[in-house]
Design a protein around this ligand. Structure first.
Ligand code: AKG
Ligand code: FE2
Length: 302
């Protein structure tokens, strides 16, 4: 399977060793503008209408919070679900038996205080998964892709703050918010963790990260709100995360997007996440099935 990867060898190695990866210039200017404008309208409405069950303002605070499921408010995010660059990398790394478990707008306002939950070092998706590591050669259980719509060019602009290589370390502690106490101790003392990196990127770049990566959001001492769209892909057995997709959303989607949103059409048997319909592999991988290691030869052997 030489040269079949959408990642260069260097990018693959970087992700494997560090637990995160930046791909530059994925969105073009016009796309950034449209997405940002739409996100800002949705944010404005959320703050005006105080719809706290549709975002994390109660849990995370009013400066740094996430808006659940923006697909509910606009179609402009649809193309991100299987974007030709990000999704090709996702399907190469995760295989065909995946779903989109959630989509969020991340709002990170200028703030002098970032010690809310997102400002603390944590892993994602619950304490149990801190003990299942994404070792080389295994499919990831979950990967997040974050599309940045504003620049984060220097430190302390609410950067994604990562501890490189931490995704391969057991946490040895468990907390409902999946905190990493030895790293948060630095923040509580007003110090910086010595080996954590504030990731810098520009609008239009994307960031992948493993759920096990120890990460936080740095303080935002700039005067600009940082906006990004996060999509969470997981193996099909996982539960969805604040991602109820109404029939209005499902109806406007292409077949592949519908499947990623958990719609199996007329197939409604209880073991659907176990044995999806036979078109699962071609639908997700298209003509890359063989190339990415998911030959359908067993179909001929039946
Ligand atoms: O805002 C960010 O950059 C990261 C938020 C976060 O904790 C996550 O995506 O898991
Ligand atoms: Fe997180």
């Amino acid at each position: 399977m030489k040269n079949s990867s959408p990642l260069t060898q260097e990018q693959s190695r970087f992700l494997q060793e560090n637990g995160y990866l930046i791909i530059e210039d994925v969105l073009v200017k016009k796309e950034i503008q449209t997405l940002l404008q739409t996100a800002n309208t949705i944010i404005k409405n959320h703050e005006k209408d105080k719809v706290d069950d549709k975002n994390t303002r109660k849990n995370h605070g009013v400066d740094y919070y996430n808006i659940h499921n923006p697909l509910e408010y606009s179609e402009v995010f649809d193309f991100l679900i299987d974007h030709f660059i990000s999704f090709d990398i996702i399907r190469y790394l995760m295989g065909p038996y995946i779903q989109l478990n959630g989509c969020h707008i991340f709002v990170r306002r200028p703030t002098s205080n970032n010690l809310g939950n997102i400002g603390k070092f944590h892993t994602d998706s619950g304490p149990a998964l801190q003990r299942i590591l994404p070792l080389p050669g295994n499919l990831p259980l979950q990967l997040k892709v974050q599309f940045f719509l504003t620049d984060v060019l220097t430190e302390n602009q609410s950067n994604f703050w990562a501890v490189p290589g931490s995704h391969l370390r057991q946490v040895g502690y468990h907390h409902p918010f999946c905190f990493i106490p030895q790293y948060n101790a630095y923040l509580e003392r007003g110090d910086l963790p010595p080996d954590a990196i504030q990731v810098k990127l520009k609008a239009g770049d994307i960031l992948f990260h493993h759920l096990n990566l120890w990460h936080a959001v740095a303080p935002n001492f700039s005067n600009q709100t940082r906006i990004s769209i996060s999509l969470r892909y997981a193996q099909m057995w996982f539960k969805e995360y604040y991602s109820y997709y109404s029939s209005a959303i499902i109806d406007r989607m292409t077949p592949r997007r519908r499947r990623l949103l958990g719609d199996f059409g007329e197939h409604k048997s209880g073991d659907i996440a176990y044995r999806p319909p036979i078109d699962q592999v071609p639908l997700i991988l298209g003509d890359k099935a063989e190339l990415y290691g998911w030959s359908m030869k067993w179909l001929e052997d039946r």
